[in-house]
Design a binder for this molecule. Structure first.
Ligand code: GCU
Length: 419
């Protein structure tokens, strides 16, 4: 803060110039503060969990802690869901179907629409599948000309000339590399995706639009932010999928990249119908430990995205030491279900080492449930995935989801799903 003094008519005036300092992330391991992680197996009353029954109670306590202090509470869904098949087409030499299904979710006299894009291998029995949001609209993840553009808010993008938050034709197929659907389907897995803005547009609008608009109750410090809203949306898609006999409802894998990886993790914590969770480069507020304050920090994420978490989470901005939990406890909430966390070498903003250490620190919870958790404590080399009940890899390259990542998730699912 800069202090300015000046003299006018014999009186000294003094005021402070409070310039907003640009955020400088720490990428120096030697500057990571000393920290102690809370033990996920220690109850709030100080006693230790020693068996499965104890974990069930502790899990409920931890879930409430993270809901109240980080993501906000998801209101109970009492609304109605209707759906219509919009299109069905044979693809990939008739080996798969591509479908569009529109869901209408209504509550408190308001509705929102989810436009699902579905790829399913032709199979005589229900198939396991990946469920995940896409960032820019279904029309960006395949080049097919007949997939329509989102009608609501999308992020601006100079590359495609998007300056008014409206989707443009030029972005068609722009994100195909993140969704290698042909390769996924060839391995016997389905894919269900939708645009995350269908659920909640990603800007700070005071919670007036998207799913928050269905719940007009006054908000408080523990009310849900956008990440919890996106998690809620995944659960509503699962409500629908359970009616769809093409898919195995005991083999639902929720997947997300980056902010959508944070949402996938919170969905996995909130909805135990999810059989496996994949966090791809989810970073701060996702898989990465906050107390390391490496790369993106709690303060930075709360300032840049004030609508993602609940207001209570802002109390820990620049104050990670006071966090009564850390992100390994979010991972622990997935136990005993398989969980895969992946990092990318150049994605220092998301703190690959913090993501790895978080998996290590979540593992005692798996072990108390008789499962191996992550089978190593040393960070593996690049492209050397490790797979226990927690899987982890770090690959070369930057912040993205690649074919390599997807194929490892399928290897991992094949280990855990008897097929
Ligand atoms: C920003 C944000 C991250 C987030 C990422 C993304 O970089 O700071 O927390 O994960 O966007 O979603 O791509």
């Amino acid at each position: 803060m800069k202090k300015i003094n000046f003299l006018l008519l014999g009186i000294t005036f003094s005021f402070a110039l409070q310039a907003q300092q640009p955020f400088v992330p720490n990428y120096d391991e030697s500057k990571v503060p000393a920290y102690q992680l809370p033990d996920p197996l220690r109850n709030a009353d100080g006693t230790l969990v020693s068996d499965k029954a104890g974990w069930v109670e502790r899990r409920a306590e931890l879930y409430t802690l993270l809901a109240n202090e980080e993501f906000g509470n998801i209101p109970q869904w009492k609304g109605t869901l209707t759906f219509k098949e919009v299109s069905t087409r044979k693809i990939f030499d008739n080996k798969a179907l591509r479908r569009e299904v529109q869901l209408t979710l209504s509550d408190n006299g308001k509705s929102i629409l989810f436009n699902l894009l579905i790829f399913q291998p032709v199979s005589s029995k229900p198939v396991p599948f990946f469920l995940g949001y896409n960032f820019d609209g279904n029309y960006t993840i395949v080049s097919d000309k007949d997939i329509s553009l989102p009608v609501g808010w999308v992020a601006n993008d100079k590359k495609f000339g998007i300056a008014d938050n409206r989707a443009v034709e030029a972005a068609r197929g722009s994100d195909v590399s993140s969704w290698p659907v042909q390769e996924i389907v060839a391995r016997g897995y389905g894919v269900v995706t939708l645009y995350y803005g269908d659920c909640d547009p990603d800007f700070d609008d005071g919670f007036q639009n998207g799913v928050h608009a269905l719940y007009p109750e006054p908000r408080n410090n523990q009310s849900w932010g956008s990440i919890a809203a996106w998690a809620w949306g995944l659960s509503r898609v699962i409500d629908y999928i359970q009616l769809d006999h093409a898919f195995s409802s005991s083999q639902i894998i929720v997947i997300g990249h980056s902010r959508l990886g944070k949402a996938a993790l919170w969905a996995g914590a909130a909805d135990e119908r999810i059989a496996m969770v994949v966090s791809n480069n989810s970073g701060c507020g996702g898989a990465a430990l906050s107390k390391r304050a490496y790369g993106e920090t709690v303060g930075r994420i709360n300032r840049a995205f004030p609508h993602w978490f609940c207001d209570n989470f802002k109390r820990y901005s620049e104050n990670e030491v006071s966090l009564p939990f850390d992100q390994h406890e979010l991972l622990a909430l997935i136990a005993p279900r398989p969980l895969y966390v992946a990092s990318a070498e150049e994605d220092r903003w998301a703190d690959p080492k913090g993501e790895f250490l978080s998996c290590v620190a979540a593992s005692p919870v798996y072990r108390i449930l008789g499962l191996p958790g992550l089978p190593v404590t040393e960070m593996p080399l690049l492209n050397h995935p490790v797979m226990g009940t927690i899987g982890y890899h770090i690959r070369p390259g930057g912040h993205s989801i690649t074919l390599y990542d997807w194929m490892r998730y399928i290897d991992f699912a094949n280990i855990h799903f008897k097929r």
